[in-house]
Design a protein around this ligand. Structure first.
Ligand code: DAH
Length: 329
């Protein structure tokens, strides 16, 4: 009988693949049971309901047997695979990482600036001389442009020596008011030692609007440094010179968190009208007309700050990726 034959074949199937072969043989489109169904045409009309019912029953029984065998085979396969696994082995440990001290400081500073309404901006590390120097009012014979100090590419571009380039990028592409910070890498041809790397990290800031004053600059930076290093932090503005600001200052701060000594920290000043003139010429409009608007800018290095905060004696530790060092933070 077909039913007995089918059930025997199903039981005999020893894996899922041969079981599928059996299914096709009996239930497939041109399988045994389908072939019989076609013969219904020849059955006498009175007998058809009875024969049809038997046929349906047969199809059902074969399907049930197939499903049951499939379940058995899958269970057997799972059991086989499980038996290969030693559940007493220790698991794979995931080591907890820690955040790099430089990133910690950067994140903190960004959060403070966000509260003051500054947005993040960035620009390319490979820059044109114009963005790095000319637009920033730095004359062709300025020592910073020397090949001994700056990495030049064969095509005349260079690795930016400071993040002040981003000031120019931002003003080229958007009108005032501007309120941005730009953290990023800067590059100089320094001899690498305990306090110098050829790549370091700076944070640039630019604020341009009508009636921006030196008081806004001082207020902003004092707020930043007291938030970062504590309310007792002392801040000193020393007159200085930068080509792109006038007047210009260097900022020293003194904080217990930084070891308690005065530390030279940042450059800043009011954006020089000559910079605005360069931007106007490049944009071809008067959006940054120095008669109408003013602005302040600042820039400071993050590496030495992070080192003082975390009492790191050698700047090279920041980039060597030694886990024994990194795990301490
Ligand atoms: N770019 C200067 C440097 O790398 C730092 C600086 C000074 C940035 C004064 C400024 C600024 O935006 O106004 O030494």
């Amino acid at each position: 009988m077909l039913r007995a034959e089918a059930v025997a074949a199903i039981r005999a199937a020893s894996d899922l693949k041969s079981l599928e072969g059996v299914r096709v043989h009996y239930l497939g489109r041109s399988g045994q049971i389908s072939l019989i169904s076609e013969k219904m045409r020849d059955v006498a009309k009175d007998d058809r309901p009875r024969v049809g019912k038997l046929l349906n029953q047969l199809r059902q029984d074969v399907s049930d047997s197939l499903a049951e065998r499939e379940r058995q085979l899958k269970a057997a396969k799972d059991a086989r695979e499980l038996s290969q696994i030693d559940i007493t082995l220790p698991g794979t440990r995931r080591e907890l990482g820690s955040i790099h001290p430089l990133t910690q400081l950067l994140d903190k500073a960004v959060r403070v600036f966000r509260r003051l309404g500054f947005a993040l901006a960035d620009g390319p590390d490979i820059e044109t001389e114009w963005h790095c120097f000319d637009a920033l009012n730095t004359p062709p014979d300025h020592p910073a442009r020397n090949e001994l100090d700056t990495f030049y590419l064969p095509d005349g571009r260079l690795l930016r020596t400071h993040t002040s380039t981003v000031q120019i990028r931002v003003m080229e592409s958007q009108g005032p008011p501007v309120r941005v910070i730009a953290p990023g890498a800067a590059y100089r041809r320094d001899e690498v030692d305990a306090t110098h790397l050829s790549q370091f990290t700076q944070m640039e800031g630019l604020f341009v609007d009508r009636n921006v004053s030196l008081a806004d600059l001082k207020g902003t930076l004092e707020f930043l440094f007291r938030e970062l290093f504590g309310p007792e932090t002392k801040i000193r503005f020393r007159p200085h010179f930068f080509p792109f600001t006038e007047p210009s200052y260097e900022i020293d701060i003194r904080a217990e968190a930084l070891g308690g000594d005065w530390m030279e920290l940042a450059g800043c000043g009011m954006v020089d009208p000559a910079v605005f003139d360069q931007i106007c010429a490049k944009r071809g409009d008067r959006a940054y007309d120095p008669e109408e608007i003013t602005g302040f800018a600042f820039g400071f290095g993050l590496d030495r700050l992070a080192m003082s905060l975390a009492r790191i004696p050698d700047i090279r530790m920041l980039t060597e990726n030694d886990l024994r060092f990194l795990k301490q933070f």
